[in-house]
Design a protein around this ligand. Structure first.
Ligand code: ASP
Length: 448
């Protein structure tokens, strides 16, 4: 069954389609039939055409390459020809009216004339939006006229909300290309890679959508990494806070920055699969409403490659400001820390090894000075961090016991434990060599 089909309470859905959903004329046809299934799908934010098959190239990558070649004084004709062919074949396949060849000429001239890297990259979405608007018979809104960046090149959230909501207030079905916007002086800026997700969230907020649908090539989030767990269960419902914890630890389907605008506005995001339009996907919402049963855990995610800086000092516990001094050394070296479990006279700071490495000796010698004569510093590497996340933990006692029981049966040594007061996640640190085994143990304990 179509998830919202015929629901009279829903008035407006914003859709964002990722690159693989727009990679060919056949994919464009799927997009149109998805829109036809639900007339309240009235806004569409496209990415640039992505890969049609594994070895294929993404248009955005080709555009970046053209810009680099031009900047190095090399010809970019062959690469641009590939871009041209992608758009022209979609336009041909759908018999579109828009003169896409003329638009492609403008882009090619722009690159040749030395336009900025952001401008070049943004043309992927711009051209795709033009094709889509023509195909659907919808209005095209150039994102440079609706998404506002400040002088530093960051999103101007307030100005964007004002501008977009004013333009879209007429309720006309509109295509807004993703990934870019412009400064007040008209100069084009882009978000970081995958940033069309952010544009979709901004449009959803501007029109106060009932749902922000993010269409991609997977049916939502999985409870664990399928490279580690064979056929992990799908997550049908998750809160924004849970997702934030999981995506920080590596579960990436949605751009991290795309969650904030919709989360704050109370708009749910639904991750859907363009190739399986009837699959309900994953619904991300503020409170995961209407739940009959809440699973104890929602998902597991983790990363290898952390280092633990352990600091011991006599009477550390009673020394006001000691922790701050340690952390300010990290701050001054430009390092953000992940976790900080403390003991009575000891503290540990967990950092990503790749970020820590270039500053290692400097940081150690600075902390050594701090504890001189009354303490010591040591670093141990090869730590993995695994977050087990679940809003269901709040209602279930014994979750930690089950988790650690499963780890002990699998003979895994726990090197670190961290549980936030929100009771939303339990974080464990283990040796890198135990990473996969830990995820297996936890997954099978809770999911079976
Ligand atoms: N096309 C851009 C990229 O490849 C943005 C996006 O797809 O969201 O990163």
């Amino acid at each position: 069954m179509e998830k919202y089909g015929g629901n009279p309470l829903l008035e407006c859905i914003v859709t964002k389609f990722g690159g693989s959903s727009l990679a060919s004329d056949e994919q464009f046809k799927k997009v149109r039939s998805i829109l036809e299934l639900e007339p309240t799908r009235r806004y569409l934010v496209p990415s640039a055409p992505g890969k049609r098959f594994r070895e294929d190239e993404k248009v955005t990558d080709l555009l970046y390459l053209c810009h680099t070649l031009k900047s190095d004084g090399k010809p970019f004709t062959d690469e641009f020809a590939k871009i041209r062919e992608r758009y022209e074949s979609i336009a041909r396949g759908l018999r579109l009216k828009v003169d896409i060849s003329a638009k492609l000429d403008e882009v090619e001239e722009g690159i040749a004339s030395g336009k900025s890297r952001a401008w070049c990259a943004s043309r992927g979405e711009y051209l795709c939006g033009l094709l889509m608007a023509d195909y659907l018979g919808w209005r095209f809104l150039d994102a440079a006229d609706g998404i506002v960046f400040d002088d530093e090149g960051h999103l101007d959230d307030e100005a964007t909300q004002q501008k977009l909501s004013a333009i879209l207030a007429d309720g006309l079905s509109t295509v807004v290309p993703g990934f870019y916007g412009a400064r007040k002086n008209g100069e084009v800026c882009t978000f970081s890679r995958g940033g069309s997700d952010i544009t979709g969230a901004l449009v959803a907020r501007a029109v106060n959508a009932d749902v922000y649908e993010n269409w991609t090539d997977v049916s939502g989030f999985l409870m664990a990494d399928p490279r580690i767990i064979d056929g992990p269960a799908e997550i049908s419902s998750i809160t924004y806070k849970e997702l934030r914890e999981l995506s920080h630890m590596g579960a990436s389907v949605l751009h991290e920055d795309a969650m904030f605008p919709v989360h704050r506005a109370g708009i749910p995001t639904n991750i859907r699969n363009t190739n399986k339009p009837y699959h309900p996907g994953t619904m991300i919402s503020k409170n995961a409403p209407n739940e009959v049963t809440v699973p104890t855990i929602t998902g597991i995610a983790g990363h290898k490659g952390y280092s633990v800086i352990s600091v011991e000092k006599n009477m550390m516990n009673s020394e006001v400001g000691f922790g701050r001094k340690v952390l300010s050394i990290l701050e001054e070296e430009g390092i953000s820390f992940e976790h900080m479990p403390t003991g009575i006279d000891s503290m540990c700071v967990v950092v990503q090894s790749s970020v820590f490495e270039p500053h290692r000796s400097q940081i150690i010698s600075r902390i050594e000075k701090l504890v001189e004569g009354s303490g010591s510093v040591s670093v141990s590497d090869n730590l993995s961090i695994i977050a087990t996340v679940g809003r269901g933990m709040v209602h279930n006692c014994g979750t930690a016991a089950r988790l650690f029981g499963a780890m002990s049966r699998a003979r895994i040594n726990v090197r670190m434990i961290d549980q936030g007061s929100s009771e939303l996640s339990i974080i464990v640190g283990v040796n890198d060599s135990d990473f996969e085994a830990t995820i297996h143990a936890i997954y099978h304990e809770f999911v079976g």
